[in-house]
Design a protein around this ligand. Structure first.
Ligand SMILES: [Fe+2]
Length: 549
């Protein structure tokens, strides 16, 4: 436990103790709750509602126990609310001792503080509403709404403080992520709490057992929360699985989408975008290359540069991706970002050649995260990844050309902890990627694929033995180290995106011959005529590799 967390818990617990003491001194137990027997009744009911909390995505949890706590505000005042909040909100984890003692103390303080404060506020709001001449029933309900809002907002804030101290997630993130549940609590549970209190007041002891019937709506509300969280988790897991499936088609891109999403999210947080927009960009990051599902293996897995026809096919993946996700209502906001993640701010990108602010903000963020991740990863045409510094240089070099110049510094200034790629582990490779492709022996595969399997990828990277436009006879995939027709700077591929970076854009868009007038400066220096040249970190070539798997 860090010092900040220790101090925070101490303050919360002290505040809860002081508030409860003040409530005992200044607010006598209201008679509507039926004395201490009534307090015990509400502790029992709250325990039933609190035993099985639901874990929320940001790391906190929620239960429907807030409803009976709020009822005690109406019936017994601050004292009853404080006592029920402290003794009635144990969950199964705490009872079984899975939480350290200070965790339990902290949890209960996070409920007791808002319970006592909102009960005090309820008293004030009730008096104010009476003073305004509102009918007693309406005044009571209005005061309950005010107290309920304050209770849930304060409880969420205190919880977010602790989650922030414990996990390092920003306060804003935790607060915002759980806000939907808080809002639904206010809408669903506060009126229920008011109704429970009203029913409890029924004469002749009817109220006591009639209130027990509320266990059923409390249970169904918990079920609704639980379904919401489960559905959301299932949705996220499905998206993650889809992204992994795309990445797993090529061992060089495994984990790529997850990292792009992770980096893009960090950039969004620095930019303080609204939580809903961050979520959209995060998911679009996971799915940005989902359109590669529609790209044939001989193009997607080609170890060397793509020829013009292949490049045209490959450049369809943003459009295909957008079309794949568009029918899903939940993913509609992601579709334009996926479609535009290869647009360039100078208009040289694809598929539509959008410029500057016409490109959605999320897509401009993803483009930068995508390029950085691709440059700092191994690729078949560049087995040694670029260093952080080299990648940053490339981003800055193409700032205002390919990348939004106002967003590049956001990535450059991110913590290295976020940007650094976790070391690759060979044992993480899917088994099928370890295995030799049996078709290597059959002689019925294209030269491109053959080149992929015969070691050219390992030794020579791009170009070797994979002459663009080759007929795919499967013969003589190429001699390692031999000069290649597919070198950067040729019209057949090489480093097409770099050519576009310098303003030609031809190879990327497939509209004409590549690299015209750009020369070697646009293709990253020496032609890869030797293994060392292939495996060197020619930066231009690295940037060019963004989209080539
Ligand atoms: Fe892409």
């Amino acid at each position: 436990m860090n010092n900040y967390l220790r101090v925070l818990i101490a303050i919360e617990v002290a505040a809860a103790g002081l508030l409860l003491a003040a409530a005992i001194v200044f607010y006598p137990l209201a008679s509507d709750i039926g004395g201490w027997g009534g307090v015990a009744f509400w502790i029992g009911l709250t325990l039933i509602a609190s035993l099985f909390p639901i874990r929320l995505p940001a790391g906190s949890s929620v239960s429907v126990g807030s409803a009976p706590v709020l009822s005690t505000i109406v019936l017994g005042g601050p004292v009853a609310a404080g006592i029920v909040a402290i003794f009635g909100t144990f969950d199964t984890g705490e009872i079984r001792g899975r939480l350290p003692w200070y965790g339990t103390l902290s949890n209960h303080a996070q409920i007791a503080v808002p319970a006592v404060l909102s009960a005090m506020l309820y008293e004030g709001a009730l008096n104010a509403a009476d003073g305004m001449g509102l009918p007693p029933g309406v005044a009571g309900f209005a005061a309950m709404i005010v107290a309920g809002l304050v209770y849930h907002a304060l409880n969420n804030f205190l919880t977010a403080l602790v989650v922030n101290a414990r996990s390092g997630q920003s306060l804003r993130t935790v607060w915002a992520q759980d806000l939907r549940i808080v809002a639904s609590s206010v809408v669903g549970l506060v009126p229920l709490a008011w109704l429970m209190a009203e029913v409890f007041r029924l004469p002749d002891g009817v109220g006591w057992w009639a209130t027990l019937l509320f266990v059923i709506p409390l249970f169904t509300t918990r079920l609704a929360y639980s379904r919401y969280v489960e559905t959301r988790e299932l949705f996220e897991q499905t998206i993650g699985a889809l992204a992994n499936a795309v990445d797993a088609r090529d061992k060089y891109t495994r984990g790529h989408s997850n990292r792009v999403s992770h980096i893009a999210e960090a950039m969004c947080r620095v930019m303080k975008l609204p939580e809903s927009e961050i979520e959209t960009i995060k998911w679009a990051g996971l799915l940005h290359d989902v359109g590669k599902i529609g790209i044939r293996d001989h193009v997607l897995l080609k170890p060397g540069p793509l020829n013009r026809e292949e490049r045209i096919l490959m450049n369809q993946h943003p459009t295909i991706g957008a079309e794949i996700v568009a029918p899903a209502n939940q993913l509609k906001p992601e579709a334009p970002l996926i479609r535009s993640h290869h647009e360039w701010v100078n208009g040289s990108g694809y598929p539509e050649g959008l410029e500057a602010l016409d490109i959605p903000l999320g897509a401009r963020i993803l483009t930068i995260a995508d390029a950085y991740e691709a440059m700092t990863s191994s690729r078949p045409y560049r087995l040694i990844p670029l260093s952080h510094e080299q990648a940053v240089n490339e981003l800055e070099k193409f700032s205002g050309i390919q990348f939004d110049s106002e967003i590049v510094p956001i990535l450059v200034n991110l913590d290295r902890e976020i940007l650094d790629r976790p070391p690759d582990r060979e044992d993480e490779l899917p088994t099928m990627l370890h295995a030799e492709d049996p078709r290597d022996e059959s002689g019925d595969e294209s030269g491109d694929q053959r080149g992929d399997r015969t070691g050219d990828r390992t030794h020579n990277g791009s170009g070797s033995g994979n002459a663009p436009g080759s007929s795919g006879s499967g013969k003589a995939p190429g001699k390692p180290g031999a000069p290649s027709d597919a070198r950067p700077g040729t019209a057949e591929g090489g480093a097409p995106q770099i050519a576009a970076a310098a303003g030609t854009g031809s190879a990327d868009t497939g509209t004409g011959s590549a690299d015209t007038g750009t020369g070697s400066a646009d293709t990253g220096g020496p032609e890869p005529t030797s293994p060392s040249a292939h495996e060197g970190n020619a930066p231009r070539q690295a940037l060019a590799s963004d989209d080539v798997p």
